[in-house]
Design a protein around this ligand. Sequence first.
Ligand code: SF4
Length: 298
Amino acid sequence: MDREELERVKRERDAIVLAHYYVDEQVQAMADHVGDSYYLAKVASKAEQKRIVFCGVRFMGESAKILNPEREVVLPDAEADCPMAHMASVEQILRMRREVEDLAVVCYINSSAKLKSVCDVCVTSSNAVKIVSSLRNKNVLFIPDQNLGRYVQAQVPDKTFYYSGGYCPVHAQVLASDITSELNAHPGAEVLVHPESSEQVCALATFIGSTAEIISYAEKSKSRAFILGTEPGVMYALRQRCPGKVFYPVTPMCSDMKRITPEKVLDCLRGGGYAVKLCAEEMDAARKPLERMLELGK
Ligand code: SF4
């Protein structure tokens, strides 16, 4: 299907296509908006189209539905789910609330709606430091990503952090030795990593930031070569925005993100796909931390 035809189908169906940087390049090319979780949550919350086709993993579609419940949010693949989004439990959170005084439960947006519904505020990798710094509570339970949590903790040293022990199984596969081998092969290259990476990998970084921040850093940097410590789907944007610069990806692909194919997106635009359905009570409870994030993250 050519671009003109694609746009015609979107108009006929009154649909908007949102895609995360980690999905297949051909899927990103079909989207109206491509971005990281924070950007896409903001776009989804304001979308006026009847149907939002969310090219990403389940928690992203859930967040879109929670923030804009009047719209139909459809996922191209029902099985595309982020394993980290389930690496905490409601029981664990409620127990910590009983045991630790003056506690804020901070939830990385990469979490299920069920987990969000018992948290105080959501964060993404691009706004976590700003939002956690603004909280009055002395203690923070950071779920589910302990690597992002530790990265935030280092920059907000006046608070005591607790963790649920989750991690991204994709970023966790990168070892510090992978970075040093790439540095040996490409001396002088800058090392760009996502804060979902381990402490050891982050310690070798020139720059640590969200996917959008990594792209923006690479664009502005005077360097010509970069070792890339985040999901390689981001190469699509980097090639467009950083012509002439070279990137050496070390992070493997996220198999859940790569479940989204152009054919499945077209199926959504023709009325198929998997509608996100959540109970009203859970949506209302999960909306509070998401809206608080949008407010505090401004
Ligand atoms: S890259 Fe990691 S955090 Fe992102 S969707 Fe895949 S498994 Fe989840």
